[in-house]
Write a protein that binds this ligand. Structure first.
Ligand SMILES: *Cc1c(COP(=O)(O)O)cnc(C)c1O
Length: 482
């Protein structure tokens, strides 16, 4: 994976693909952006795509597919049961992860639903490096609870630690001693830890975690949704992986786990999901649930076309020039933002660039959702859509108390192979403008707050007229420019 050096000394991420299909984009004028964010209740999830210029909401299901993936879709075998398409996907998963069984599901959270229904009991505890929103919700719905035990450095936003997604082994031992192995449903490791900024774990760490699991007869489950980025970082940041191929690293990680599940909306650059494991008893249990919630066990809610695309996409994930695409763009974006003094999560992770809203607008109190407010402000500033990953993404507890998140991040996802370097530069430019004018940004408050996963549908309003003020400043600085 030799990086290409520029004669001029320029440091730009370089796409190792060419674009053969394009989609038109429009940037609505500032007046419309102001209107649109009000209509969306300042919640970027509720914006309409036609109002958005650069969509950095998520990397989920919006990665660019390759010509090979599109070609494979044409040969999909459209049968309800026993399709060849399913067999191809099953075999690809067996080839990469070396597990006996593959069970399909329509997306990542569907895997979490089925696995939690079977493995989580009332009172169960699930230690993990860090939670993901839907994972935690499924564990809680089944009566369990989550113990987050990342290394201390994980929550340090400005760090040089190469593997902030590592689990703290001593804390794992402490949780087991405290709760008792019998109450632990499974131990969960998340690749490319989503909510702390797409931060990876090391191969060494997951192997250590497995050792502890073995000492206590515990299951180790891997959420492999963001495995592609994690693999890239293993390769470039971990001495022990330097001479291994991506396939070999995948196999070594898989070897350390009993159960692997993934969202193919990320891993495999298509739309779907699945679970891989060796345990026959688990297979028989889960096979009963699949037709109930997902569809027959040879498609699990996925279209056969998507399954073909996943098979090819998983194979492409083993290509170093493919999996480096998001991380090198994110690294570039982080470096550019730092040039303007903009607080951003370091080291650069996978998935996206994460702006530290708590420092960006340090005058906005956490109970007024700084990351959500910054997301609304960036949309006004540039038609750019990011996602709040902070207190808004948390849930009130049973007593109605709102827990404050560990961090307030505005996530700007870089879907794989989608944006060009100049589009990334534009986003950096608008963030730089916003940083200049950050005192104009104020907080938000709920007008309509759903009980579960409130960040999806919740509506908020600005605590003052700050959004109009921001738009006025934009007009002053940019005139007739969009
Ligand atoms: C996206 C994601 C999920 C959920 O997958 P969906 O396909 O969106 O349901 C689970 N875990 C992680 C780490 C994810 O990033």
């Amino acid at each position: 994976m030799a990086a290409i050096r520029f004669f001029t000394g320029e440091s730009l991420p370089l796409e190792m693909h060419k674009v053969r299909i394009v989609q038109r984009l429009d940037l609505p004028p500032i007046e419309r952006r102001l209107e649109a964010i009000a209509e969306a209740g300042s919640n970027t999830f509720l914006l309409k795509n036609q109002d958005i210029f650069i969509d950095m909401l998520t990397d989920s299901g919006v990665n660019a597919m390759s010509d090979q993936q599109l070609a494979a879709m044409m040969k999909a075998d459209d049968s309800y049961a026993g399709s060849e398409t399913f067999t191809r996907l099953e075999q690809k998963c067996q080839e990469l992860f070396k597990k006996r069984y593959f069970v399909p599901a329509h997306q990542g959270r569907a895997c979490e639903n089925l696995l939690s229904q079977i493995l989580v009991k009332p009172g169960s505890v699930v230690p993990m490096n860090y939670h993901f929103t839907t994972t935690k919700a499924h564990i809680i719905i089944n009566g369990g609870s989550v113990e987050e035990i990342p290394i201390d450095e994980a929550l340090n936003l400005d760090s040089t630690h190469p593997f902030k997604g590592n689990m703290d082994i001593d804390k794992l031992r402490a949780v087991i001693a405290d709760k008792g192995a019998a109450s632990i449903a499974f131990v969960r490791m998340e690749a490319g830890t989503n909510l702390i900024g797409g931060q990876p774990f090391s191969l060494e760490n997951i192997q250590e975690v497995r050792k502890v699991c073995d000492e206590h007869g515990l299951l180790l489950m891997l959420d492999a949704s963001l495995l592609a980025d994690n693999l890239y970082f293993n390769k470039v940041r971990e001495e022990a992986c330097r001479d291994m191929s991506i396939r070999q690293i995948t196999e070594a990680i898989s070897d350390a786990c009993h159960i692997i599940y993934f969202s193919a909306r990320k891993l495999g650059c298509a739309r779907g999901g699945g679970m891989c494991f060796d345990d026959e008893k688990l297979f028989l249990q889960i096979r009963e649930l699949v037709p109930l919630y997902e569809g027959f066990s040879t498609y699990g809610g996925m279209s056969v076309r998507e399954m073909e695309a996943i098979t090819v996409g998983l194979d492409e994930t083993m290509d170093e020039n493919m999996i480096n695409q998001a991380p090198i763009f994110i690294e570039y974006m982080v470096q550019e933002l730092q040039r303007y003094g903009i607080p951003v999560v370091t080291p650069p992770g996978g998935l996206g660039c994460h702006v530290d809203a708590m420092r960006f607008i340090d005058h906005v109190p956490q109970n007024q959702y700084p990351a959500g407010a910054l997301g609304a402000a960036l949309f006004i500033a540039g038609g750019i859509r990011g996602m709040e990953r902070g207190t808004l993404s948390e849930q009130r507890d049973a007593n109605g108390v709102e827990p404050m998140a560990n961090m307030e991040l505005l996530r700007l996802a870089l879907p794989r192979r989608v944006f060009t370097a100049s589009q990334v530069k534009y986003v950096v430019d608008r963030l730089a403008w916003l940083y200049e004018n950050r005192r104009l940004v104020e907080g938000l408050r709920f007008v309509d707050e759903p009980k579960n996963l409130r960040f999806f549908f919740g509506k908020l309003e600005p605590v003052s007229q700050w959004q109009q003020e921001l738009a006025r400043q934009f007009k002053k600085d940019f005139g007739d420019s969009l």
